[in-house]
Design a binder for this molecule. Structure first.
Ligand SMILES: [Zn+2]
Length: 87
């Protein structure tokens, strides 16, 4: 009986750790796109599929062409260097 448990834990724990890793990586990818909560939620619920969705998700942030700082997609000017981005 105990051996069966050990055998089960033998593959369950690495699988669980891998799943959590997907959630963490997905959360980090979501954070880059300005949606950290959504990223980790997708990773936690869907594992590798959630990570793929997070990677394909269109972010709310974009990179400033002048200073490479991350700013909201709709911002008219960069909050880091102050350059006007459109208009
Ligand atoms: Zn800038």
């Amino acid at each position: 009986m105990v051996e069966a448990w050990v055998e089960t834990l033998g593959w369950l724990l690495p699988a669980l750790a891998l799943w959590v890793a997907f959630a963490i990586v997905s959360g980090a990818m979501g954070a880059v796109k300005g949606r950290p909560g959504l990223g980790s939620l997708l990773g936690l619920l869907l594992g590798p599929v959630g990570l793929a969705i997070t990677l394909l998700m269109r972010g709310t942030l974009r990179e400033c062409p002048y200073c490479s700082g991350l700013i909201p997609r709709v911002a008219p000017a960069c909050s880091h260097c102050g350059k006007h981005l459109r208009g």
